[in-house]
Design a protein around this ligand. Structure first.
Ligand SMILES: C[S@@+](CC[C@H](N)C(=O)[O-])C[C@H]1O[C@@H](n2cnc3c(N)ncnc32)[C@H](O)[C@@H]1O
Length: 243
């Protein structure tokens, strides 16, 4: 990856670590925590929990997803470029998972080291044509990949990311950009994966007031099952298998 881009991500997330104590602005709200729990469960199920599996988590940040994975696998190794966030990760996870300071594209591991590769809100911070070959290289043959990412077709995501003056008002890093499910499935196929899938889900916004969470969650799950509204859910669960 462009070294300037890595530096911009580092600077951005070191500041986020200081200001928020979390990797993203909504992670600490009750609705934000529920979102993370659901995303993590979907990622965990897509990877196939197994106490023999070694898992690589790219862009682990402050470890919002990691506690939901640790304990279901032999070891989760989280990597991130932000030292500020990795310090939070290590405080939070203790010995439950390993946290390594590294750029996703320059990993200090031998090819074929991992049984599974995953992440939460990270692929859209990276260049897919560079990070997907790294994921393929790090995985054993038949190894599984799973990521939870924002869905570009969600109206809020689209407006906040594609309309320049709105984007400037949001706490986004300079280079991040969500994508559509068709785009990521095509890229996964191009980069040596089979059974590539991406399914939109989740209408629960992190700022949903506590008392409305049950109703918004139930209505959101209804909308997810409908053909048109299902396409514009806020997030996507992405999965694939290395050929
Ligand atoms: C939106 S945060 C998500 C963090 C975490 N996965 C979570 O769920 O809270 C994106 C993360 O990607 C990390 N990141 C950005 N570029 C990276 C790169 N080239 N290699 C590794 N991590 C990177 C950032 O430091 C940040 O922690």
């Amino acid at each position: 990856m462009d070294p300037d881009r890595v530096r911009r991500e580092q600077d951005h997330f070191d500041k986020v670590a200081e200001a928020e104590g979390y990797s993203w602005w909504g992670a600490g709200t009750p609705a934000g925590k529920l979102r993370t729990e659901r995303r993590s469960a979907l990622v965990r199920d897509a990877l196939g929990p197994d106490p023999r599996k070694l898992v690589l988590e790219i862009g682990c940040g402050s470890g919002e997803m990691t506690p939901h994975l640790a304990g279901h696998f032999r070891l989760v190794v989280g990597i991130d470029v932000s030292l500020g966030l990795l310090k939070r990760f290590r405080q939070r996870l203790g010995g439950q998972a390993a946290g390594v300071l590294a750029d996703g594209e320059r990993l200090p591991f031998r090819p074929g080291t991992f049984d599974a590769v995953c992440g939460n809100n990270i692929l859209h911070h990276l260049e897919l044509d560079r990070i997907l070959p790294v994921c393929a290289r790090q995985l054993k043959s038949g190894g599984r990949l799973a990521f939870a990412e924002p869905n570009l077709l969600n109206p809020q995501n689209w407006i906040e990311n594609r309309i320049t003056f709105v984007r400037r008002l949001r706490p986004y890093s300079p280079d991040e950009m969500p994508f559509t499910r068709w785009h990521i499935v095509r890229k996964l196929k191009e980069h040596g994966f089979r059974d590539a899938r991406a399914r939109p889900f989740d209408f629960l916004h992190p700022s949903t007031p506590d008392r409305l969470i049950p109703a918004v969650s139930a209505f959101g799950r209804f909308l997810e099952r409908m053909p048109l509204t299902g396409e514009i859910a806020g997030s996507m669960i992405i999965s694939a298998v290395k050929i």
